[in-house]
Design a protein around this ligand. Structure first.
Ligand code: PMP
Length: 423
């Protein structure tokens, strides 16, 4: 695989960025492949090699790369000016479009990233309840805010543990519940009930395997929140794309606050907190100083808003359903290939999202993760890009041809990985 230009770029990058990197998730050893451009379902790397992109910026680009309608909306917005110290009409239009998608999205508030939106949802829950603690699912990822940078490593261990340097007070205020275990979760929640501001979930948590939450589990968390007064927050930054009304609604649950990001911004930086007026009221500055003042130079940025309006317009119920069906076909094809090879690996997901989970180390590999990393590189060599954790998704410019191309590349790549291991 020719990656000469990527190697040269990385040699320059390490001189000016720690490890040559500005986003942990895109680092790959010995160096990442640098992307020059993208169009529709494909990206072209720095060396001019074109590939099918099933990662779509970590599942963000539901309409693929440089979709003509999004490019037009963004270019027009940029032409009108990139940001102002006053609100803009498009902010109202976008808020109307988002709140129309789900009746629990009564009011909405914008940020520039999913991380910030999770942070604001937690702070809103704290301001609303005047309680300090949050509960989150063991191992689940919710961005970089320190309160959720606790037990976010996918390990699923039931011990609160933080990234290096996260203060003890923060760790003590984040309690961890097991996933899809109603009784186990309730046991932890009841212990902290009086202090809990919120229960934060991702209904399809990708880092712990992309298995959807069970209805029984969701009902138990809803009942706990109703009883205790804690706010139920559904972080759908990654999972909103599985249903027109979002992930929780599809799975039969109902949140007080929903955190949105990624797909709702059409590729521009975005985050949003949407939810019940009663909780969202903490942001309201119209009745005197708000309980939770929230500013940000790029909140409701007009370019992101315009891109978001265009993205939502393209994201019709039919489009969501179509890419969901393609996702199901992909998962079935991958499971078939895995079964043929005799591996016990799993393929999880819902709608347009999938994750290949390496659950055992094949012959010749030190760990399941090592085999997955090798699969990532071999897939690139076969013209397909997914995440090196096995995460991927379908975008709306894709159709039968892309699914078939993926299936063939996946089969050939997995067989090559296994053959290399056997030496
Ligand atoms: N929550 C979830 C569930 C996510 O998957 C992510 C990003 N992968 C975030 C929050 C953070 O969003 P952002 O990367 O836009 O800060």
């Amino acid at each position: 695989m020719n990656t000469e230009k990527s190697a040269a770029l990385y040699a320059r990058a390490v001189e000016v960025m720690p490890g040559g990197n500005s986003r942990t998730a895109v680092y790959s050893s010995p160096y990442p492949v640098y992307i020059r451009s993208g169009s529709g379902a494909r990206v072209t790397d720095a060396d001019g090699v074109e590939r099918l992109d099933f990662l779509n910026n970590s599942t963000t680009l539901i309409h693929g790369h440089a979709h003509p309608e999004l490019v037009k909306a963004i270019a027009e917005a940029v032409g009108r000016g990139t940001s102002f110290g006053m609100p803009t009409p498009v902010e109202v239009e976008y808020a109307e479009a988002l709140t129309a998608r789900n009746e629990t999205f009564e009011h909405v508030r914008f940020t520039s990233s999913g991380t910030e939106a999770v942070m604001m949802a937690i702070q809103a829950a704290r301001a609303h309840t005047r309680r300090p603690k949050i509960a989150k699912i063991a191992g689940a990822y919710h961005g970089a805010y320190d309160a959720v940078a606790v037990n976010n490593d996918g390990s699923g261990s039931l011990i609160s543990h933080a990234v290096t340097g996260n203060p003890e007070g923060v760790v003590a205020n984040t309690v961890v519940i097991p996933f899809n275990d109603p009784e186990g979760a309730l046991a932890v929640l009841r212990e902290h009930a009086a202090d809990l501001a919120c229960v934060l979930i991702d209904p399809v948590p990708w880092r712990i395997g992309l298995v959807p939450a069970d209805k029984e589990y969701l009902d138990a968390l809803r009942a706990f929140c109703d009883e205790s007064g804690a706010v139920l927050i559904s972080d759908e930054v990654g999972s909103y794309r599985v249903g027109y009304h979002g992930a929780l609604r599809l799975l039969g649950g109902e949140a007080d606050l929903t955190v949105l990001g990624k797909v709702v911004g059409g590729g521009m930086p975005i985050g949003a907190v949407a939810g019940r007026r009663e909780v969202m009221r903490v942001f309201d500055p119209s009745q005197g100083a708000p309980a939770l003042p929230h500013s940000g130079s790029y909140n409701a940025n007009p370019v992101s808003m315009a891109s978001g309006v265009a993205s939502l317009r393209l994201l019709t119920p039919e489009a969501v359903e179509r890419i969901g069906e393609l996702g199901e076909r992909l998962r079935t094809a991958m499971r078939g290939t895995i079964e043929e090879t005799g591996l016990d690996w799993r393929v999880n997901g819902l709608g347009s999202l999938f994750r290949v989970l390496a659950t055992s180390a094949p012959e010749g590999y030190a760990s399941p993760a090592a085999a997955m990393k090798r699969l990532y590189w071999v897939l690139l060599d076969h013209g397909v890009h997914i995440g090196d954790s096995g995460l991927g998704c379908v975008s709306t410019p894709m159709g039968d041809a892309e699914v078939e191309e993926f299936g063939a590349a996946f089969g050939a790549s997995l067989r090559q990985v296994l053959a290399e291991g056997r030496g």
